[in-house]
Design a binder for this molecule. Structure first.
Ligand code: HEM
Length: 515
């Protein structure tokens, strides 16, 4: 409960020594007499003449995130408020929009207009943000710190709201499901809602956790939905949508990444089924997965099989620089017998089965990168205005404003491009998307991750040492710096995607085009 006692500044000033120490932060009076000796920043800073018994608001916000004051062990240090003063600094209310410029895409910013989004999308976005901040954010923050997988309760909540099913996009798998308490009917959900869903989840600033929370299934389940027998499809999708069992896509190997035709996981036909031997690397969510959608080499070329965890299947965690809570695994298959019913598509046509989903995968990855990129713009704008250097806010320096200008331009152009592509996807058949959007999506993904890395670098320059510190003021900047690099290789490195984008364009160059 908030302390209601009121004090004058003169009264507070009397408590200015070790053992009897009060300070004022944003009109609130804190008794830090006992806490001072345990203060992570040390005792002496609190005994400074400009801090002890004084208004230390500026000093405090130059060194701590607002969330420090909300932690129960610190919130209880508040003993009252200053007469005639009210709080000026308030965190964004849970589920609300940020009022920091460029912290939201224009379609969510008051005064702007959009050709793509309506009030119904806005209602959907509000519900998703509220869900994320209420049910997912606390777990995301804790798991990113302890490196454990997402908690069971979060899975249950996601399943209950049918978010796990919605994350697979529009389609028959939504039929009969109550989506987010009924805020939208299954047949109304479009790829625009998927964009909202992805971008809201990416605002959590917990990139690895998000992967642990089912991103593996977002890429591993679509081939099952499109190519499995109805019985297998309904069994696996049902278990995943209920948050009970997880699915991972297992294509990349130590031997072959994007070059899927060189895989060394072999599937041999026997009387009893397929016999599979091989290894898979960098498998997102692999540590928790029960089912693996596996790209294999067969006598006819490539075949995709659903392999269930069991005898002969082992997973080992890969220590990545981005997050242990993603559950990234090295998977080994040793003479694993796989029933013929677990084959996805035709033997020999595996490449097509795997590639069919690449565009929408890359589109989803890009949407996520752009949204987390935007949160870093917000972090930098806040820090540059609150941090004082030589008595002036950081933002009073032209070089800092120039870095902010570059960041804003990057994120706004990437967002405008993805909204356009999303609109095209909504209006094109799958075949048209492959023909007309594969290049655009590849180029946008490369642009989004390259610019995200530029912003990550600039953000560290703005935050200084705090930008490479795991906790405290710059923790999100630090995290973004090593997850942006990860996004830049997922689904194809930037060079591979740039090349694909240009090759797609050259393919349709008119023969008669001349300068
Ligand atoms: C209610 C009052 C305060 C609380 C609860 C508090 C709490 C904390 C905590 C939890 C940290 C660890 C870093 C983090 O999690 O952000 C920290 C660090 C620090 N605090 Fe405080 N603090 C308070 C007031 C102050 C004030 C008034 C100063 C003024 C100079 C100060 C100076 C520092 C410094 C220098 C650090 C180390 C920062 C760094 O490593 O970059 N603290 N404090």
């Amino acid at each position: 409960m908030a302390a209601t006692k009121q004090f004058t500044k003169e009264e507070v000033a009397l408590h200015n020594k070790q053992g009897d120490l009060w300070i004022v932060i944003d009109g609130r009076v804190f008794d830090v007499s006992r806490f001072a000796a345990m203060h992570p920043g040390g005792l002496s800073v609190l005994l400074d003449a400009e801090v002890a018994g004084q208004d230390a608001t500026d000093a405090f916000f130059g060194l701590h995130r607002h969330e420090v004051l909300l932690r129960p062990q610190y919130a209880r240090l508040q003993i009252g408020t200053i007469v005639g003063e009210s709080e000026r600094i308030s965190p964004r209310a849970a589920g609300a929009l940020s009022s920091v410029p460029y912290a939201e895409p224009t379609w969510l910013t008051p005064g702007y207009h959009s050709p793509y989004f309506t009030n119904k999308h806005r209602a959907f976005q509000t519900a998703v943000r509220q869900f994320c901040e209420e049910h997912v954010l606390p777990d995301a923050l804790a798991r990113e710190e302890d490196g454990k997988p997402p908690s069971k309760e979060v899975w249950e909540k996601m399943a209950e709201a049918n978010i796990l099913a919605m994350r697979l996009g529009p389609g028959p798998h939504l039929k009969g499901r109550k989506l987010l308490g009924g805020i939208i009917q299954p047949e109304e959900l479009t790829i625009v809602h998927s964009l909202i869903l992805i971008q809201e989840f990416s605002r959590l600033n917990a990139r690895g956790y998000a992967d642990g929370l089912g991103n593996g299934a977002q890429i591993g389940l679509p081939p099952i939905l499109h190519h499995a027998t109805p019985a297998l499809r309904d069994k696996i999708a049902g278990e995943y949508f209920a948050g009970k069992k997880f699915v991972s896509l297992a294509i990349s190997e130590a031997f072959a990444g994007s070059d899927v035709s060189r895989l060394k996981t072999f599937a041999t036909k026997t009387d009893k089924g397929w016999l599979v031997t091989g290894t898979k690397k960098w498998i997102t969510g692999g540590m928790a997965a029960t089912y693996f959608t596996v790209g294999c080499r067969s006598a006819k070329g490539m075949v995709v099989l659903v392999i269930e965890r069991g005898p002969g299947v082992e997973t080992k965690p890969i220590k990545t620089s981005y997050s242990a809570s993603a559950g990234t695994a090295f998977v080994t298959f040793e003479n694993v017998l796989v029933p013929f019913e677990n084959q996805l598509g035709e033997d020999g046509n595996g490449l097509h089965v795997m590639l069919a989903n690449f565009n929408s995968e890359r589109w989803g990855m890009t949407a996520a990168t752009i949204s987390s990129h935007r949160t870093i713009v917000e972090e930098c704008l806040k820090w540059a205005t609150q941090r004082k250097v030589f008595g002036k806010p950081l933002v009073s320096q032209a070089v800092i404003r120039s870095k902010l200008a570059a960041m804003i331009s990057r994120v706004e152009s990437a967002q405008a491009w993805i909204e356009n592509i999303t609109f095209q996807m909504m209006n094109m058949s799958h075949q048209q998307q492959s023909m007309l959007l594969a290049g655009q999506i590849a180029l946008l993904k490369s642009f989004a991750t390259r610019t995200a890395q530029e912003t990550a670098k600039d953000a560290i320059q703005i935050f200084g040492g705090r930008g490479i510190t795991l906790t405290g003021m710059g923790k999100y900047v630090e995290r973004f710096h090593h997850t942006a690099i990860f996004d830049a290789i997922l689904g194809g490195t930037e060079d591979v995607l740039d090349d694909l984008g240009v090759r797609q364009a050259i393919k349709v160059m008119p023969k008669g085009a001349r300068l």
